[in-house]
Write a protein that binds this ligand. Structure first.
Ligand SMILES: Cc1ncc(COP(=O)(O)O)c(C=O)c1O
Length: 387
């Protein structure tokens, strides 16, 4: 893409269905941040009543970096078990709740609403704890008329995972208690002007062509679920946390106002269906979310397999180079047999980007070349219901 068309994007008029406008229509009380972890930091800081120690319950199936704000605030991360459906093991949650628990966090993985969300919230309410709706993956997903991230007491959403922008996230203050308690810190809000880091992002983006043509829609899963970011050998989780601890870039805010949220959702849904048609009926592969409910804007297609390397190799050979297992777990989870399910899920779930439609012929040829994703060549079975 040449820089003049990039400029055209930046100076274009805000779109009536721009991402930030859509969020505003659903929810008035949100604050912008550079990253989801920064939003989580301010949210948690405002919820805790004293500076004394406290703990926060988190699903064991979670990228290691998400606990960084807790470390900074002196809160104990207390992991709870998840079940095979990625929802919480409620009896384990119950066992871990105590008088020091400030909040419990649930996650709308891959853009889909978390199983047993309401039961989890009720359990927390019994103990007088706050419920944080971690919606990092699902900025535009709406479930039964409600924008994901806007349930529970607080919610966070990562916008930079949706589009090719330098950074961007929001903190939703959902309950009266969370609204009353909230005090934004100096890392809240949108930066005053387009600055040097925005310019560097643009130069790099133009140089690497990520902003080419309609990449505003296409690239959204490139840094899929931020896990490439999270597994980068370059920066430690704490370095990445520190880098995102600032207000949202002005350039991000501009772009977010100028892209059509509905078009993004439509494109994602169509691509998800196409990937589902390709993968759903193959032995050795289990599409983790095979129903695509109305309103959901998927972030990626999660597929479970006991042979992730074979699937990844076939995808790579078919031109999909940025699929990967997800996420990189905290060491304290990986080394504790209590969390065997989360560890297994993290080893076996491959997140496939859905910015493009799959190339069936290329994928089939790649699979035929490698051994099957299982024990013998992958066989297509009779079609099942599509999402
Ligand atoms: C479930 C989940 N929550 C929170 C975050 C943090 O979001 P951010 O990278 O915007 O800080 C991530 C990042 O990947 C995530 O996967």
């Amino acid at each position: 893409m040449d820089s003049s068309s990039l400029l055209a994007r930046i100076v274009a008029r805000p779109h009536p269905n721009g991402v930030l406008s859509v969020l505003e229509r659903h929810h008035l009380g949100f604050t912008a941040y550079g990253s989801g972890k920064a939003a989580l930091r301010d949210g948690l800081e405002s919820l805790r009543e004293t500076d004394d120690d406290g703990n926060v319950l988190l699903p064991a199936y979670l990228p290691d970096g998400v606990v960084e704000p807790l470390f900074e605030l002196g809160l104990e991360p207390r992991y709870y078990r998840v079940r095979q459906d990625l929802g919480p093991d409620l009896s384990d949650v119950n066992r871990r709740l105590d008088a020091e628990t400030v909040a419990g966090l649930s996650v709308n993985y891959f853009g889909f609403s978390q199983p047993r969300f309401d039961e989890f919230g009720s359990l927390l309410a019994e103990y007088g704890c706050y419920h944080v709706d971690d919606n990092a993956h699902a900025p535009l997903s709406v479930s039964e008329g409600t924008l994901l991230g806007t349930r529970g007491d607080l919610g966070i959403t990562s916008l930079w995972k949706l589009l090719s922008i330098p950074d961007g996230a929001v903190l939703y203050r959902n309950s009266d208690a969370a609204r009353a308690a909230f005090e934004p810190s100096s890392i809240a809000g949108i930066r005053g002007r387009i600055d040097g880091s925005d310019c560097r992002f643009v130069v790099k983006a133009v140089a690497t062509d990520v902003l080419e043509s309609n990449a505003w829609l296409r690239r959204s899963t490139d840094n899929l679920l931020a896990s490439r970011n999270d597994t980068s050998p370059v920066a430690s989780p704490s370095d990445r946390y520190e880098a995102g601890k600032r207000p949202m870039s002005r350039l991000s805010a501009r772009v977010l106002e100028r892209v059509d949220a509905r078009a993004i959702r439509t494109a994602r849904r169509e691509n998800y269906r196409a990937w589902h048609r390709l993968l759903a009926d193959r032995d050795g592969l289990d599409v983790v979310r095979s129903v695509l409910p109305e309103g959901i804007c998927p972030q990626a297609m999660p597929v479970r397999t006991s042979e992730p390397d074979r699937l990844l190799a076939a995808l790579e050979a078919a031109g999909v180079s940025d699929a990967h297992t997800w996420p990189r777990l905290a060491d304290s989870v990986r080394t504790d047999p209590t969390y065997a399910t989360a560890t297994r899920l993290a080893a076996e779930i491959v997140a496939i980007p859905i910015r493009d439609r799959p190339d069936r012929d290329a994928f089939d040829a790649a699979l035929a070349q490698s051994a099957r994703v299982g024990d013998s060549p992958a066989v297509e079975r009779s079609p099942s219901s599509s999402p």
